[in-house]
Design a protein around this ligand. Structure first.
Ligand code: ADP
Length: 508
C-alpha cells in the first residue's frame, strides 16, 4: 500500500487534508439543507436536525433536517397534489425534456457534484467522476424511455378488442443507500419520473448532500412537488414512508436486513415493491484466464468504491494451477493501491463512510483472524498518522478461511476479499452458490464455452465475463435469492413503475 505524498511529514499532510476539505466544502456544499417538499425548503416538523460527517477528517460537514412521520405525510400529500395538479397532465415529450434538463444540470455541475460526493461519502474523486457521468447518462436513458414505453393489443377473436394501458402508480416512495448516493437516486428517479409518477425520496442519513444539491439546481426544471426529499434516519423517516397508505409503490436499496423490514412495512397496504439488497458475489478465475487482465479485473471487483458495492466480487475462486502466480500478482497490485485523501487525484481507496462501518469491517477481519485465517495482504487500518482521524481500512485479502464462516457468508461491505482455491468445476460452482445472496458474479476466462457454462450455472442476477462493475444504462441490474427483486437501470425498471390496466371492449 502506498500513499499519495509519502515524502511529506504526516502532520503536515494531515493539516493539508483538513484545509483541502474545508475549502472544498465552502465551494460545493448546497446552500439549502432543509427538507424539499412541494417545491419549498422547509424545516422538519419536530425542529430536529442532525450532522453529516466528513469520513476523511471526522469533521462535521453540514447540519441537515431530521425528518419524521409528519414530514413524510406532508411530502406524500405534496406529491399527490403535484401528480393530480400538474404531472399527470404532462406529455411524454415534456417528461423527456425534463429528464434531459436534469441530465444537463448534472453535466454542467459534475465536478462540484463529484467533490461533494467525495466529501460526504469518502469515495475517491476519480470514482466520484465516474458516478456523475453515469448519473447524467441514466437520466438521459430514461428520458428516451419516457417516449418509448407502450401498451399492447391482445388478439382473441373478432368479438372484442382487448388492449393494455401502462399507467403510473401516482406517488412512489424511494429509500436509497449511502454507497452511491446520487447514482442510486438517478437509478430510482429516472424510471419513476419517466413512467409519470411523482416521488418522495429519502436519502441515507450518512450522505444526504448531493441529492439536496440536485434539488437546489433543478428547482426551475422539475415542477413543484414532483420530487420531494425527506432527509432523516431509517426508523424515523424511512419506516413511515414504507408504511404509508398513500404510497402506491416502493423502491428500496440497502441491506437485506432492512429490506426485510421495508417489505413488512409495505405488507399492510400491499404496496408494490422493488428491492435491491446485499450481495456476496463470487469471482471465478479459470486456469486459462489472461493473468494481467484477471488481476486488474479482480482489483476493480473488490476495491472499487473502497469495497462499498453491493455487487463487490468479495469471494475469489482461483484455479489451483494458477493460484500461486495469480495471488502473488494480486497481492502486489493491492499493495500498490494508494490509500489517501479521496480528494487527491491519485487516490484509489478513500475512507469508509463512517466510523461505525469501519468497526463492522474490522470485526469481520478480527473474527477471521481468530479463527486461524491468513492475510495475503492487509488486515488492519493503515499505519499512516495523516489518516488517523479518518475511517480508513487497508485493502485486505484473506485465505485459509472456512466457507461457512460469518466473514464469508455475510456482506462485509469493505475492501476485503476471501480467497479460495478450486480444481473441480462442479464443486467450485456449488461453493460459489452456497450463500443466501445472488446479486452478481464474475468469470475470468478466455474460453467462450466455459464462460457461457459458468454464466448459466451461477445463481446471480448479473454475471460479468472478463469485466466487473460495468454499468451501462439499459443493462438490467438486480438480484436472485435474498439479493432482492425487480430490476433497475433498464427498460424493465420503467415497467416496475407502471401498472397494467386491461380494457376489454365488446365489438358485438
Ligand atoms: P446500510 O446497512 O448499508 O447502512 P441500510 O439498509 O441500513 O444500509 O440503509 C439503507 C437505507 O435504508 C437508508 O436510507 C436508511 O436510512 C434506510 N433505513 C434504515 N432503516 C430503515 C427502516 N427501518 N425502514 C425504512 N428505511 C430504513
Amino acid at each position: 500500500m502506498s500513499t499519495d505524498s509519502e515524502s511529506q511529514d504526516p502532520a503536515e499532510r494531515k493539516s493539508a487534508i483538513v484545509t483541502r476539505h474545508e475549502q472544498a466544502a465552502e465551494e460545493v456544499l448546497p446552500g439549502h439543507r432543509e427538507l424539499f417538499i412541494g417545491g419549498e425548503w422547509v424545516s422538519s416538523a419536530s425542529g430536529e436536525t442532525f450532522e453529516t460527517t466528513d469520513p476523511t477528517t471526522g469533521e462535521t460537514l453540514a447540519e441537515v433536517q431530521a425528518g419524521g412521520e409528519a414530514d413524510v405525510d406532508r411530502a406524500v400529500e405534496a406529491a399527490w397534489n403535484a401528480y393530480e395538479g400538474t404531472y399527470s397532465g404532462l406529455s411524454t415529450a415534456e417528461r423527456q425534456a425534463m429528464l434531459e434538463s436534469i441530465a444537463d444540470t448534472v453535466d454542467e455541475y459534475s465536478e462540484e457534484f463529484a467533490r461533494l460526493e467525495s466529501l460526504d461519502n469518502g469515495k475517491p474523486i476519480s470514482e466520484a467522476r465516474i458516478d456523475m457521468a453515469l448519473v447524467a447518462d441514466h437520466f438521459r436513458y430514461f428520458a428516451g424511455i419516457a417516449r418509448a414505453h407502450e401498451g399492447r393489443t391482445v388478439e382473441t377473436d373478432d368479438s372484442r378488442h382487448v388492449q393494455t394501458l401502462r399507467e403510473p402508480y401516482g406517488v412512489v416512495g424511494q429509500i436509497i443507500p449511502w454507497n452511491f448516493p446520487l447514482l442510486m437516486a438517478a437509478w430510482k428517479l429516472g424510471p419513476a419520473l419517466a413512467a409519470g409518477n411523482t416521488v418522495v425520496l429519502k436519502p441515507a442519513e450518512e450522505t444526504p448532500l448531493t441529492v439536496l444539491k440536485l434539488m437546489e439546481l433543478t428547482e426551475d426544471v422539475i415542477p413543484d412537488g414532483v420530487v420531494n426529499v425527506v432527509t432523516g434516519f431509517g426508523p424515523e423517516a424511512g419506516a413511515p414512508l414504507a408504511e404509508h397508505p398513500d404510497i402506491r409503490k416502493l423502491a428500496f436499496t440497502g441491506s437485506t436486513e432492512i429490506g426485510r423490514e421495508v417489505m413488512k412495512g409495505a405488507a399492510d397496504n400491499i404496496t408494490d415493491l422493488t428491492l435491491e439488497l446485499g450481495g456476496k458475489s463470487p469471482l471465478v478465475v479459470f486456469p486459462d484466464a489472461d493473468l494481467e487482465r484477471a488481476v486488474e479485473t479482480t482489483i476493480t471487483a473488490i476495491f472499487f468504491n473502497t469495497g462499498e458495492c453491493c455487487c463487490a466480487g468479495s469471494r475469489l475462486f482461483v484455479h489451483e494451477d494458477v493460484k500461486d502466480d495469480f495471488l502473488d500478482e494480486l497481492a502486489a497490485a493491492a499493495e500498490e493501491l494508494t490509500v489517501d485523501d479521496p480528494l487527491l487525484e491519485a487516490t484509489d481507496l478513500g475512507p469508509k463512510v463512517t466510523a461505525e462501518q469501519v468497526e463492522r469491517t474490522m470485526s469481520y477481519i478480527e473474527e477471521a483472524e481468530q479463527a486461524g485465517a491468513a492475510f495475503v495482504t492487509g488486515g488492519s487500518q493503515p499505519d499512516d498518522e495523516a489518516l488517523s482521524d479518518g475511517c480508513f481500512v487497508a485493502p485486505t485479502l484473506i485465505e485459509d478461511i472456512d466457507h461457512d464462516s460469518r466473514a464469508v457468508q455475510e456482506e462485509i461491505f469493505g475492501p476485503v476479499q476471501e480467497v479460495f482455491t478450486w480444481s473441480d468445476y462442479d464443486e467450485m460452482i456449488e461453493l460459489a452458490n452456497d450463500v443466501d445472496y445472488g446479486l452478481a458474479a464474475g468469470v475470468l476466462t478466455e474460453d467462450l464455452t466455459k464462460a457461457h457454462q459458468a454464466v448459466r450455472d451461477i445463481e446471480a442476477g448479473n454475471v460479468w465475463v472478463n469485466t466487473y462493475n460495468d454499468f451501462p444504462a439499459g443493462q438490467p441490474f438486480g438480484g436472485y435469492k435474498q439479493s432482492g427483486m425487480g430490476r433497475e437501470t433498464a427498460q424493465e425498471a420503467v415497467e416496475h413503475y407502471t401498472q397494467t390496466k386491461t380494457a376489454n371492449i365488446s365489438l358485438r
